[in-house]
Design a protein around this ligand. Sequence first.
Ligand code: BGC
Length: 758
Amino acid sequence: MKKSVLFLASIVISVLAFSQSSKDAKMHQFVNGLLTKMTLEEKLGQLNLPASSDFVTGAVSSSDIAEKVKAGKVGGVFNIRSVTKIKELQEFAVKNTRLHIPLLFGMDVIHGYRTIFPIPLGMSATWDMSLIEKSARIAASEASADGIQWTFSPMVDLTRDPRWGRTSEGNGEDAFLSSAIAKAMVHGYQGDDLSAPNTIMSCVKHYALYGAAEGGRDYNTTDMSRVSMYNNYFPPYKAAVEAGVGSVMVSFNEIDGVPASGNKWLVDDVLRKQWKFNGFVVSDYTGIPEMMNHGIGDFQTVNARALNAGVDMDMVGEGFLTTLKKSMQEGKVTLAQINKACERILIAKYELGLFDDPYRYCNEKRSAAEVFTDKNRADAREIASQSFVLLKNNNNLLPIAKGKKIALVGPLANAKENMTGTWSVGADNTQSITLLKGLTNGVGTFGKVSYAKGANLDDDLELEKRQTMFGKEIPRDGRTPEQLLQEALAVSADADVIVAALGEGAESSGESASRSNLDLPASQQKLLKALIATGKPVVLVLFNGRPLTLTWEDANVPAILDVWFAGSEAGDAIADALLGKVNPSGKLSMSFPQNVGQIPLYYNHKNTGRPLGKWFSKFQSNYIDVSNDPLYPFGYGLSYTNYEYGPVQVSSTQLKGNQKLSASVTVKNTGKFPGKEVVQLYIRDIVGTETRPVQELKGFQKIALAVGESKKIDFEITPELLKYYNGDLKYIWEAGEFEIMIGPNSRDVKKVKVNWEK
Ligand code: BGC
């Protein structure tokens, strides 16, 4: 019986493989046939990606798109926000160009399309891969209904520097977690069939190391060992490639002295040869001409370098279009390279089904029926509520009991345009739910919510403008700071509890939004201090696109709920958590430093020869003015209930070769609320030929526990999990002692040691 099942399975697999290879053969035949008909100019046109003037996301914008489309000089266009416009332009391209090749329509669908989910850093705090995949699935189905076939997401740039504004767009500081998220996002967008009308092609970005910009200053130089690249920064991009991502965007920064947009080692050797990526590579916005500023040549030279490196498509630069013919005549690039780049783009269009039906993603009926639906919004509300991280909750101040009088104070309390956060290109921010609305809905007739703004986002008008760009304004209140404060105190006088909605503006983080100071703005600190001075219980609801320095807040505010920028349904989701309809279960994907001087601060650091002590000790690796600890460690997040962790139990402490180790722990909900907990596994390779981090995340499970319930959680560990890239960039593991750690965050772990021989 077993044999016959296996036999049948092998027949099915062979049939599938055969039908896939005959599909591939058909595709190659089609694409090659098309290539032979194309002129050089038409091929170069396919490599050109101008930006629509609908939503400009870079320093320059493209001009005369229609003229260029007609002349066959455009391969795709991005950031058009209307199915009707996309359909019109597609029709124009198909009808007016000699070979009727459809255009590729891209967009920055980063954390939702019209229904907006939390910013990616918030999504990563869910540690819930099925929810993350679901968010990408919904984003794909909405975007594809509006004509979009390609998204510039996921962004998986690992970062250890919260000063960097784009921290908000990524998954934090850990390669293992970020790799899992990369996979979930790619699956969510692309599904199993790229040609289905409700899936879109994903583009992992920004390859590579963009998050290691020196000083956290955007676009800045990176300088890093290859060992760190391979062990820490590369894995999430590689995971996206393994998940079948259709395209890759190269980054703005240089690597070993060569900008990524022209870096042959990075694109050709690592991405294509080592990782076997066979999709297409797109530059970032004017990334190719920017290589002139980097100092590696004139316009003609840098475009040839980009093509030689393996970049196939030129975003906004227009240099592929205008320089490559001459470079070819001069022998600096070859026709074969141009053909290859063009072929990769045509294959993507073929796989998306555009040659079968250029309008398959332009369905006005679907657009009207399937975008921003009640169902999608309900999912977004649920997902948002899972991203919140409870940083502090003294005396179980939260959840707020029914019937309490709530004073809601702060510049983010009624800031509709700011709820979706940065990179919400497809959003209609007029529809977003504010906290004032959510909380008022939530308390219904049982309680009372009174509101005062209390302070402007920032007293410095210029700084406030920079944090509320792209239509994310928070209307400035013209009263003096003192008048605003007095109103807040008056509103609070009658309240049982004060909810202070404070933090960053939506554009305080994101692209070109680096900060050198990570405190709450002075205007808001002043307000918070005055609220605390009333002696009433204060809950800080923190809006932020990055870890902030909250040392004073942690010492003085009894409850802090980090809500990031939670998306279009933010207000309802936050109210769900504040009022106890949902028990917070998010965990930080990035350490929160005590002060900016500790940065870079990350949990998986090396030990040094003079290890970190708890507090200052002369001639040890520490500071004289601050401890080495983060304020909140990686993996940290509280709950309204308590979880008790039993000891770590292992199947054996002596292992050999490819044996499997099972490590388990029993977790019990000992509190009064049902809840979800992220159980985390860390491993340390104690002694080796080369040094290894003090701990590394190697597994996690998000579990639900009813009141009083216990669950035994098992992690299976094989030598695969012990592997790392050594100094010769060999992926190996070494025999010896390992520490197995399990806990609710990277700090509070329980440990056992095992010995693993070869
Ligand atoms: C950003 C990318 C984005 C692109 C297109 C660039 O400025 O770096 O992340 O996808 O613009 O909008």
